[in-house]
Write a new protein. Structure first.
Length: 286
């Protein structure tokens, strides 16, 4: 197996718990993530602290001359980030992977593209060296803390309303998703106490609920319409259907509706239109 630095990085992270270490997997879905990442997924679930079993001997020597232990635990200061591209050469993630990850979508707006094309300066990646280093200690302290939300009952009610309605369509989430959403809410409040509840829930929907939604038109139409309903700050006017709001017809006037989860509603609209036009939709393809 070629030396890719992963084992060395994990060894360093175990030896130095004073700062965070990041394992970055570029275009990680060029192959089935569930196959090559299976050991990581298993160790993440284990509570025995043994970690990876690397070889059966007492010690082994790597290609760089360093000693490789027989087993290697995943330390709390190791964080894994992966980039994903969606095209005909890539693979989708399974629920097992999505359950253990937060998905962040990056889209380029018209204003951002205009600004990029008009920029005259050349990007210098070396200028980023050291940026954010002063935040490393606080980041690690936050990551190791046990989450505890003082007003958890309020967020629990919101999550239960999602669960109850999604359960009717067979798209409810599980314990892990609920737990990670609550921890996400806690972490956001630690970082920025001024971030309003609507924006926090909006981000949680985008990162933890919508990525798992995919399927045919017959199955997903009620699911997406239910999720879209939760994004609204007011009831639909009499005579207006959710499909009219998500996929408005050219000749039909749709009144302006107040929306409290803007990012999620916009994403659901894209998924819904893709569903109507193609008979199938997913988070990645909308």
């Amino acid at each position: 197996m070629p030396e890719n630095g992963v084992v060395s990085l994990i060894i360093k992270a175990n030896e130095d718990e004073s700062k965070p270490y990041f394992l970055i997997l570029d275009e990680m879905n060029l192959s089935h993530v569930e196959r090559y990442f299976a050991d990581f997924l298993s160790v993440m679930e284990s509570k025995d602290g043994k970690g990876f079993s690397l070889h059966s001997g007492s010690n082994s020597i790597g290609s760089n001359g360093g000693k490789i232990p027989a087993s290697l635990p995943i330390p709390q200061n190791l964080f894994i980030i992966g980039t994903v591209n969606i095209d005909e050469t890539t693979y989708m993630f399974s629920p097992k992977v999505l359950d253990r990850a937060n998905v962040i979508e990056f889209r380029v707006s018209e204003e951002e593209m205009t600004s990029y094309l008009q920029a005259t300066g050349k990007f210098d990646p070396d200028g980023l060296t050291g940026e954010g280093s002063k935040m490393a200690g606080d980041f690690l302290v936050l990551a190791k803390k046990e989450s505890e939300i003082s007003d958890s009952e309020k967020y629990s009610k919101i999550l239960m309303s999602f669960f109850t309605e999604l359960q009717k369509t067979g798209a409810e989430f599980g314990y892990r998703t609920a737990s990670e959403i609550m921890r996400f809410i806690w972490a956001v409040k630690q970082i920025n106490s001024e971030w309003i509840d609507e924006d926090i829930i909006d981000a949680a929907i985008m990162q933890k609920l919508l990525p798992k939604v995919h399927g045919s038109r017959r199955r997903l139409t009620p699911v997406l319409e239910t999720l879209a309903k939760f994004c609204l700050a007011e009831e639909l006017p009499s005579g207006l259907k959710m499909e009219d709001l998500l996929n408005p017809k050219e000749n039909k006037m749709v009144p302006e509706i107040k929306i409290k989860y803007l990012l999620s509603h916009e994403k659901i609209s894209r998924m819904y239109i893709n569903l109507i036009h193609n008979g199938f939709t997913s988070y990645a393809e909308a």
